[in-house]
Design a protein around this ligand. Sequence first.
Ligand SMILES: [Zn+2]
Length: 129
Amino acid sequence: MATSMTKKDLKLFKELLLKKKAELAKGIEHIANDALKTSQREAAGDLSAYSLHMADMATDNYDREFSLGLADKEQTVLHRIDTALEKIDNNAFGLCEVCEKKITKVRLKAVPYAELCVPCQEKQEKKKK
Ligand SMILES: [Zn+2]
């Protein structure tokens, strides 16, 4: 089953996906840089920087753990975006991975890397519970 989307639609979604991908890549880079800076600061034993950040100490650890968790989640989304981009090239974009029916454009506009149609997504979420 091939997607029934027009070339114009596919181009639009490709642009959406690439934009999203660039945003995510930027975010991950930022998080990685932050983590690097923190570890460099700790390794150098930079006391002035340390005391400057004393006030933030309590939230610092939390932020870092949170950021790393976020980077993890963003990596997953990034992977899904790549999969979606491959699907555009393979003319299979916008089809549900379970029932192979078309995913609505409204849904794809909100989540261009969606892998399931709404009914299948709902079924899967119910299964998890
Ligand atoms: Zn489905």
